[in-house]
Design a protein around this ligand. Structure first.
Ligand code: ZN
Length: 458
């Protein structure tokens, strides 16, 4: 069995690993690189394999950094199957359509600038037509814990990763060995999704390391900080911005705000969900209550509920979004992208970041090179749309909402998997090294930090 690490190696984004076994070529994820210019430029570099020869993509979940290059793969000759769970397939369609839309818009912007310089502009990586072409491959959907035969002696089973709706860890059996790919492993006690399921025993594990070097504060602490931010900022009449991933985090933040509202602990304000993508994914959530945990089923089964209560406004169109700036301040604005790499949050940052009464609360991971990362690291000024903007708004960073396992959860999960060999992927340098040290010290298992484009035979 040969594994080549084609993305999310030495970095968080771009998840993609090629497994060659028994004559099959199988990709685990095919995600988009995001973050700094250096990292995102990898989206334009050639795949280190021939897409036409790939038989399967086993897709762990629908975050862009795991699914985002599938249209490119199709464009470059892939005609195999994408195998994943029903919610992941449904969410992936929305995520890919949104990605195509952003890329076409960005390409148009680059083209305008290039024309002024008399230069050629780079075309979009893919457009909506490419996304539609790629969706034909998504016809094979699987349920958790039910093995699927991929070929002679090769079998894949998806297990609940508890990260976002429909997310999976993937067990691949071939050549008498078991390879386990963690996908993104969830945190414990997240609202809505179930806790990560126990892993099967595995010989080889590819494990994510996003928070491999740290322990999360408890969700209770994070909810407390969210409440504090809401009361502080709304109390003084400013806007509170919540840059949020459209998928899962937004729904969890709504869940907490709804709980505050129900207990009469939410000050008078409006809550704008200013993200067409989040609105679309919220609808998909409502279609798959069978994947919720017990508490989630109860809360969402009644009315009002976190997706529909009196203070909440969905702003679908650009005009509705722009009108938010015209109304008196003192509101909560939830918008994407979660790492402030694009989307409507950028406009809201431009309008609010320089104001002392405003606030920004970060509820998710901020990759190196993003505006979000600059703000949480205390930048006094950031560049927004080519314009220097001072940071005077109050900033909170809350990491208990994380949809990722922290070091103790990862170590406990790896212990149960009882692996002989561990490869660390999907992390930045410090977290990869922190997790490697912890594995070697606590589990006495050989752990290797995978390098981009490195191949290993196991
Ligand atoms: Zn993820």
């Amino acid at each position: 069995m040969k594994i080549t690490f084609c993305g999310a190696a030495e970095t968080v984004t771009g998840s993609c690993h090629l497994v060659e076994t028994n004559g099959l070529k199988i990709l685990l994820d095919c995600g988009f690189f995001q973050g700094s210019r250096e990292v995102s430029s990898r989206n334009r570099s050639e795949f280190p394999f021939d897409p036409a020869q790939i038989d399967y993509v086993l897709l762990s979940h629908a975050h862009l950094d795991h699914v985002g290059r599938i249209p490119l793969l199709t464009k470059e000759g892939f005609h195999g199957e994408v195998i994943t769970t029903p919610p992941t397939a449904a969410i992936a369609k929305v995520i890919l359509a949104d990605s195509a839309h952003i890329q076409v818009e960005e390409a148009a912007y680059r083209a305008r600038k290039a024309r002024r310089r008399g230069e050629e502009a780079q075309p979009p990586l893919y457009d909506m037509g490419d996304v539609l072409d790629s969706l034909d491959a998504f016809h094979h959907q699987v349920l958790y814990d039910q093995p699927t035969i991929l070929g002679d002696g090769v079998e894949a089973t998806f297990h609940d990763a508890g990260h976002i709706l429909g997310s999976s860890t993937i067990e691949l059996k071939a050549e008498g060995k078991t390879l386990l790919f963690s996908g993104d492993l969830g945190n414990r006690h997240q609202p809505i999704v179930r806790d990560p399921s126990d892993p099967p025993h595995a010989d080889i594990v590819l494990v994510e390391s996003t928070y491999g070097d740290r322990c999360h504060r408890s969700l209770d602490d994070s909810v407390y900080e969210l409440k504090e931010a809401v009361h502080t900022v709304i109390g003084r009449g400013g806007n509170l911005l919540i840059p949020s991933f459209a998928l899962e985090r937004t729904q969890e933040v709504l869940y907490e705000l709804f709980a505050m509202w129900k207990q009469n602990k939410l000050p008078k304000c409006k809550i704008f969900l200013d993200s067409p993508l989040a609105i679309a994914t919220t609808r998909i959530f409502a279609r798959y209550p069978g994947y919720f945990d017990k508490e989630g089923k109860e809360v969402f089964g009644s009315s009002p509920n976190p997706f529909s209560f009196p203070l909440l406004r969905y702003t679908q169109t650009t005009e509705e979004s722009k009108r938010i700036n015209a109304i008196p301040e003192g509101n909560i604005i939830i918008a994407g992208s979660g790492m402030c790499t694009g989307g409507r949050i950028i406009h809201h940052l431009r309008h609010n970041l320089w104001k002392e009464d405003a606030g920004v609360i970060f509820v998710g991971f901020q990759a190196r090179g993003t505006i979000g990362r600059q703000i949480i690291e205390g930048a006094k000024r950031v560049n927004i749309f080519g314009e220097e903007t001072v940071v005077q708004a109050q900033v909170w960073t809350v990491n208990g909402f994380s949809a990722h396992a922290d070091q103790p959860i990862l170590i406990n999960w790896l212990k149960k998997a009882d692996a002989k060999k561990i490869f660390l992927v999907h992390g930045e340098k410090e977290s990869l090294e922190g997790l490697k040290d912890a594995i070697e010290e606590k589990l006495a298992i050989d752990a290797h930090v995978a390098m981009w484009k490195e191949s290993v035979t196991v």
